[in-house]
Every structure is written in C-alpha cells, then in structure tokens.
Design a binder for this molecule. Structure first.
Ligand code: DON
Length: 307
C-alpha cells in the first residue's frame, strides 16, 4: 500500500466519525475536534513507514498506554511474577467495571487491559516514588514509539485525576483485598499520568511495529523487549484489546489491537505491519468509530487477517 491508496481509504472512511462521539466522561477529551482521521503503517518487509491524514496530530494515549506499561512491568518483574498477580482472561464487562475482579475464584484482575488490571500493572513498575515510576514509563514510551517529543498533557492529566473516582474505587478495592501493594494515591497518580501522555499515530505504528517484529525496533535493529513478552502482549490484545468489542473485532478484522478513549488504535500484524490510527469519535464500546472502519479496510486490502 502506498500513501495515495492510504489517503483514499481515509477519505472513504472519514464520515464514520459521525456515528460516534468523543469521550465526554473526561472533560478535556470532550473538547477534541471529532473531525480527524489519520493512520501510519510500518511495513516490516520494506522497512519503511507510510502515513496519511492526521497521522502527526498529538492526542492522549489513554488505554493504549496499558501496552507499554505491561511491557515495562514484565521487564521489571519477569513474566511469572506479573501473571501471578494479573490474569489473562477476557471479561465481557465494561473496561472500568468492578466485575473485572470478581468473576473468578482467584480474586485477581482478569487481564492487564481492563482498568483494574492496568492499575495493578502500574503498581508493579519499579521506582522509589510516583515521580520516578512515571519518569521511567515516559522514557520507555519515548523509546518504543521512537518519539522523543512525547510529553505529559497537563490538562488531560488534571481532568483524569479530577474525574477518576471509579479508578480510585477499583484501586482501593484491590488494596483492601491484597491484590495490590503500595500507596494507592501514588499508584493512581502514575496511572492517570500514563493515560495522559500525548502521542501520534506515527509513534503508535512504531510501537506496534516492535511488537510485530518480535520485540526488535525495525528502525535500528535494537531489541527493546523480549520475543516472549511481545508474543504474550499480542495474545492479550487479541482477547481483550478492544474491551467487549474484542470478539467481534477478531471475527471481522482479525489482528491483535488495542484502543484508547483518546481515539487511538494500535494494531500489530506479526512479522508484517505495525499500525497506528487516530480518530477521536468513539463507538458505544469506547473504540474509535472511523478508526475501526479504516483499519478494517486496510487489513482487508493488505490481506493481513492473522486467522
Ligand atoms: O481509566 C480511564 O478511565 C482512562 N484514563 C483510560 C480508559 C481508556 O482509554 C479506555 N478505553 N478505551
């Protein structure tokens, strides 16, 4: 696929933003212009990246941060330790539901991509205080997105923190049930910040390319994460990356992907492509409305369904 073809698919799918709404439960996200659609594709075989539309617009990473933070938690603690604390099962419940901890006998968060599991994952990041933990997360995001300009969006962070009471309840519930250790306000502060960093579709495509390329950055040949952790993360993206739309997405699109309420989508096609999409209007599950339509067309065009 070349830039012209990608531009045509963006035009074809642009109007789907009208079928969704920007996230309004976080005031700073409610202000984002819904009329945006952009995509970047890192082609591993050609070792080059194409981008079109709003692929360089900065937007809040939100739940896509759950991918790099899980990778960093595995680097810090090892695979076994992380998955003793957090399961790897789909839930069928909304991303912020307390049921995500209650439906199995083990009393663990069901997976690292629902909020409970993500907060538990953040609690595992090494660092002597919240500031050092967030600095490590930010440095890792810059490295894996090959984007030194990633910064904290202070307005989104304040908004997340002010409106984050459901996340607080999930975290205190986990602490009270010995599912997490540490200082809850400090863990939440790091979680709110990790959701509030500004990324672009280009940077997300590079992150996805590292996952698709078994943990090695294709732009310089350096290993960033282990092959095993890249594989595990892609598996969890397949079962839980798009919340309770994950099953439908696997059936109709068929690639490991992760969404965020900032309107981002990250998709990793093993050994072939890393993809980043941005369009802020969300469908009823909280996933980018036009983004999913565009990704569906691109995957079909590239014959990239992994199943
Ligand atoms: O925890 C929250 O509510 C948000 N900061 C992140 C949630 C999110 O992106 C869910 N996504 N689809």
């Amino acid at each position: 696929m070349n830039k012209t073809e990608l531009t045509q698919l963006i035009s074809k799918n642009f109007d789907y933003y009208q079928t969704g709404h920007v996230a309004d439960y976080i005031p700073a996200l409610a202000k984002v212009d819904p009329k945006q659609l952009g995509m970047a594709i890192y082609d591993l075989q050609e070792n080059h990246l194409i981008e079109a539309g709003d692929a360089n617009v900065r937007f809040a990473v939100e739940s896509m941060s759950k991918v790099p933070v899980l990778l960093l938690a595995i680097k810090d603690n090892g695979i076994d330790h992380v998955f003793q604390k957090i399961n790897t099962e789909p839930t069928g419940f909304a991303f912020n539901s307390i049921m995500n901890m209650e439906i199995n006998h083990r009393k663990h968060p069901m997976n690292p991509f629902v909020n409970a599991g993500a907060i538990a994952t953040t609690s595992l990041i090494n660092g002597k205080n919240a500031e050092e933990k967030f600095d490590r997360i930010l440095a890792f995001m810059k490295e894996i997105c090959d984007d030194p300009a990633i910064t904290l969006n202070e307005e989104i962070y304040q908004s997340e923190s002010r409106t984050g009471d459901i996340n607080r309840s999930l975290a205190y519930y986990m602490k009270g049930n010995q599912m997490i250790e540490g200082d809850v306000p400090a863990i939440l502060d790091t979680y709110f910040k990790q959701c509030s960093v500004n990324v672009t579709a280009v940077g997300i495509a590079k992150l996805a390319a590292v996952l698709a390329n078994k943990g090695i950055a294709p732009w310089n040949g350096q290993r960033i994460v282990s092959e095993k952790s890249a594989t595990i993360v892609k598996s969890i993206m397949t079962i839980a990356g798009l919340y309770d739309e994950s099953g439908e997405f696997s059936v109709h699109v068929g690639v490991p992907a992760k969404s965020g309420v900032g309107g981002g989508l990250l998709a990793a096609v093993p050994n072939r492509y890393g993809m980043g999409v941005f369009s802020p209007a969300l469908d009823s599950f909280g996933n980018s409305a036009a983004g999913i339509q565009l990704l569906t067309d691109v995957i079909q065009e590239l014959d990239a369904d992994i199943f």
